[in-house]
Design a protein around this ligand. Sequence first.
Ligand code: THU
Length: 139
Amino acid sequence: MAAFARELCIKAAKEAATHSYSPYSNFKVGAFGVFENEKGEQKGFSGCNVENAAYGPTNCGERSAIFAAVSAGFIYLVEMWVYTPTQEVAAPCGVCRQVMYEFNPEAKVICVCDDPKVVLEKTVAELLPFAFGPKDLGK
Ligand code: THU
């Protein structure tokens, strides 16, 4: 159960997008993940895409949020909100789907944009069917 209101999550994802470092693509992504730690406490973590002149080291907004959360001991993903300043939603890339799968296949992913009528809401498992994950390594 997520303890954060929808409007708060969207606001936080939008705020994160303002910090996007994306001089190469000019495509801003803001993410706000709600996570739980082992005590069952919930906390939100923001992330933005961080690009690099060598392209390959670029990190997506979703993974920036996840790595911040895991670094703080919050490893169970409850919800991931993704905002792009566009008229269509942008769904998470394959790498981010795989990373989210690691931290809860049943987490909700909610993608929003500047048209409030256009929203994509799926679980990670729906976005990444037949996934390879911890279960395949007996975890
Ligand atoms: N990007 C994200 O931040 N999240 C995604 O799931 C898709 C792509 C970023 C990476 C890059 O900085 C820019 O969007 C264009 O691909």
